[in-house]
Design a protein around this ligand. Structure first.
Ligand code: PLP
Length: 410
């Protein structure tokens, strides 16, 4: 029989969302007719904007005519989209990123998960805790995480706790990591770093020769002027950082699937013989070998987001979710709960009351408010004692959930 990649057997089963679904189903079955408000899973609910939808239709027509048909496209993405991204997300904001530094993909999950392909297998990795689970699990699969301790921590991962205790600002590690995953605005905490707080990390990476993997999947939710939307707003970041972006939360592309990764030309890594190798060149090689490009239809839809009407429509949707986040934050705080995030992010991170566990609070919200959140412990050991709520429901459902929780008088 074939030998498997044993690292997969080290992965604990992904119980979190299936446990949530099981509990919610059981509750719904025993409480027929009760309205349950789901604010657990981070999927959006608003449809793609009309500009993107019209572009999709036009692209379908292109594919249906011999004269305009497009088959395989460039693996890195069509020039029309890469140009639109470089201009719309970077150059127009005074940030130096060129179209040929952009790799279009089917989303940030693939890119943040696959980037490890171009890194050495003994790379020491640091990441914030709690964290988007893809970073941990893909490093476990690659054999970089070591063994899982009874405290829920992997022996070779350097954990950077982000909790109320440190104001959700990770401290520099005492041990030098080769790679540092940073995600801001953060999933799950909904918190952000200011420009000067992020600069501390860029300066550290420049000093130590570390690589920052910066996940900016939620940048569209940033409105505070002191909060950067891209790591390349920080001087020197082009020499130390890869940036991941997604159209999922920005423009409702969770079903359509499109995102992109920026790898600046000057970013290098070390080969075993000590020579410097361009990470851009390695990723291009990886993508052209293992990926055949996002679909033409999807890329046309993504391009439309950068048109004048596309921008306006996307901004309306983001404002819709931000209104929800603000409703939640205000009412939960007024009710005396400790709530974080939600200002530059669609996520609210609630401290559980009276030292309750994450699951204890989850059960209580389900049973007494018919509201579904995500227990913070599912995102890592430092998530225990918290619960995540999302702002992706309707205005009405959000307001109702907020008032039901406030009525608990915790
Ligand atoms: N990065 C973070 C931090 C996320 O929360 C998500 C989705 O929830 C992703 C990446 C994945 O985005 P995509 O839908 O583009 O794969």
């Amino acid at each position: 029989m074939v030998h498997i990649n044993d690292n997969f057997t080290k992965l604990p089963s992904a119980y979190l969302f299936s446990d949530i679904a099981r509990k919610v189903e059981a509750f719904a079955a025993s409480h027929p007719g009760e309205k349950i408000i789901r604010m657990g899973i981070g999927d959006v609910t608003r449809p793609i904007c009309p500009a993107a939808s019209e572009a999709l239709h036009r692209a379908t027509a292109d594919e249906s005519e011999a004269a305009t048909f497009r088959g395989y496209g460039p693996e890195q993405g069509y020039g029309f989209l890469r140009e639109a991204i470089a201009e719309g997300d970077y150059r127009s904001r005074g940030i130096e990123v060129s179209a040929d530094e952009i790799f279009v993909s089917d989303g940030a999950k693939s890119d943040t998960g696959n980037i490890g392909d171009i890194l050495a297998s003994d790379t020491r990795v640091a990441m914030t805790d709690p964290v988007y689970p893809v970073y941990i699990d893909t490093n476990v699969m690659a054999g970089r995480a070591g063994t899982l301790g009874s405290d829920g921590r992997w022996s070779r991962i350097i954990y950077l706790p982000v909790t109320a205790g440190n104001g959700f600002v990770p401290s520099l590690p005492s041990e030098r990591p080769d790679v540092i995953y940073l995600c801001f605005p953060n999933n799950p905490t909904g918190t952000v770093l200011t420009r000067s707080q992020l600069k501390v990390w860029v300066d550290y990476a420049l000093r130590e020769g570390s690589l920052i993997l910066f996940d900016a999947a939620y940048e569209a939710f940033v409105s505070s002027p002191e909060v950067p939307r891209s790591i390349y707003e920080i001087e020197g970041a082009r020499r130390v950082a890869i940036e991941f972006r997604s159209f999922s939360k920005t423009a409702g592309f969770t079903g359509l699937r499109c995102g992109y990764t920026v790898i600046p030309r000057e970013l290098c890594g070390l080969a075993a013989d000590g020579s410097e190798v361009s990470l851009h060149r390695l990723w291009l090689r990886r993508q052209t070998t293992k990926f055949n490009g996002a679909s033409y239809l999807t890329q046309r839809a993504a391009e439309a987001i950068y048109s004048e009407e596309g921008r306006r429509q996307v901004a309306e949707t983001i404002a819709y979710y931000k209104h929800n986040a603000s409703t939640l934050l205000t009412s939960l705080r007024e009710a005396g709960l400790e709530a974080y995030g939600g200002t530059d992010s669609p996520y609210i991170w609630l401290r559980t009351p009276d030292g309750m566990t994450s699951w204890g609070f989850f059960d209580m919200l389900l049973e007494r408010c018919r509201v579904v959140g995500t227990p913070g412990c599912g995102f890592g050991p430092s998530g225990e004692g918290y619960l995540r709520l999302t702002a992706f429901a309707t205005h009405e459902a959000t307001a109702e959930a907020a008032s039901r929780i406030a009525a608990l008088r915790l």
